[in-house]
Structure formats: C-alpha cells, structure tokens
Ligand binder design. Structure first.
Ligand SMILES: [Zn+2]
Length: 133
C-alpha cells in the first residue's frame, strides 16, 4: 500500500470499488448461497408489506416458509447445477408453500432491483437460463 500517493482518505479509490465489486460478485458465484439470500430477502420484503412486520423479523407464517425454503435449497438434488425453481421438473415444494412462494416472488422480484440490485440481477439472469441436466 505504501506506493500509493496519499490523497483524501475519505474518497474510496477505484481499486477499492473494484475490489468490493469483485468480492460481491464472487459471493454471487455460489448459486445455493445466492438463492438462499435471495429467497430470504424476498420473503422479508413481502412480509414487511403484507403482514406488517419490520422487514427483518418475519411473522410466524413467513418464518416457517423461510426455513422450509432454505431447507429445500439445502437438499436440492441438483446442487450447484440447479435450474431456476420456476422451470424445475422436480416439484419439491409442498403445494401450500409453493403457492405462497410464487406469490412472494411475483411481488418482491421486481421490487428487489432497487433494494438489492446485485441479487436481483443474478436472479434475473438465472431465471432466464435454460435447464441443463
Ligand atoms: Zn409474513
């Protein structure tokens, strides 16, 4: 670091910005981890709006759905090669949960672009990807 010229230390350097972006993108590389984060964010947004919660703590129903969804992702047969849930041939969700998560994604999907642009972009790219088994 000593070869860097001293400048306003409050200004983030370009190097630092690139570093942060790379770090964030590398985290997005792990599909299961990213999908878990995405589903958590989506449920929280929905619960916040529809069930009067603060956006961090979930209501009982959504907490149940959240842990169910995370557990589904943990046990996904495809692992890192998983197709988007929307186009998956294996129907691993219980019907009642499936209905709710579809509704949540419809609501939170488009709204995520503002609050979580990186997750939203990753989700969008993946949801368009063709299934490869
Ligand atoms: Zn809720």
């Amino acid at each position: 670091m000593h070869h860097h010229k001293i400048r306003n230390s409050y200004m983030p350097s370009l190097h630092r910005i690139v570093y942060i972006c790379k770090f964030k993108m590398s985290k997005l590389h792990n599909k299961i981890v990213t999908e878990k984060n995405t589903v958590k964010v989506m449920i929280a947004m929905y619960c916040n709006k529809h069930h009067g919660t603060n956006g961090y703590e979930l209501c009982m129903k959504c907490k149940e759905l959240s842990s169910y969804s995370l557990q589904r992702l943990d046990t996904c047969t495809f692992g890192e090669n998983k197709p988007p849930c929307k186009t998956c041939q294996v129907h691993c969700y219980r019907t009642s949960y499936r209905k709710l998560i579809v509704e949540i994604m419809k609501y939170s999907g488009p709204r995520m672009i503002i609050k979580h642009p990186l997750l939203a972009i990753a989700h969008f790219i993946r949801s368009r990807r063709k299934i490869k088994i």
